[in-house]
Design a protein around this ligand. Sequence first.
Ligand code: GAR
Length: 202
Amino acid sequence: MLKLAIFGSGSGTNAQAIIDAVEAGRLDAEIRCILSDVEDATILERARKHHIPAIHFDCAPFKTKLDGEAEQKVLQTLEDHGVDFIALAGFMRIVKDGLLNEYAGRIINIHPSLLPSFPGLDGGKQAFEYGVKFTGCTVHFVDAGVDTGAIINQKCIGIEDTDTLESMMEKLHAQEHIAYPEALQWIAEGRIKREGRRIKVK
Ligand code: GAR
């Protein structure tokens, strides 16, 4: 069973999909805590509603990364809650060496594009504005780069001429909510096999 921490900065619909999968018995995990760098983020409200410890941490003075004192506090919190695996779900900061080393190979992320296309901020919007006809979401391991880690799971959607950015994002989020719990369950079952960059599901 995974002893999971979820990190997020916003609405937390992916966290909700993970909570729902655990509660429905589709995901063999215990969510030990949900953490956010944004004090009033909806993701923390979702945690409280499900009686999951909801923890805010202040990342100042850094604007875009989790580092320094905040990183140390987060590491302590994870240890206190017995966390052995981390799922980033809309966490809008770059994680640095302290966390990456302590949880090496045990941090994954979801990104709103088919990586390696459109990494970084607003992957969904980037794809829409580029004019691609297919896009999707990617669940991947986190490494020191930005959205460069080995790919675990991807789901595609088509972009129709009638789609707006909003309608496309709605379809994309629906696929994220399937892809993320699915990937976590593969990991919980020990079905992930790494061959260099390639991830195979046994
Ligand atoms: C999701 O679409 C996720 O892919 C994206 O943020 C959204 C969070 O939504 N993540 C990134 O862009 C990371 N670079 P949620 O808070 O409703 O789960």
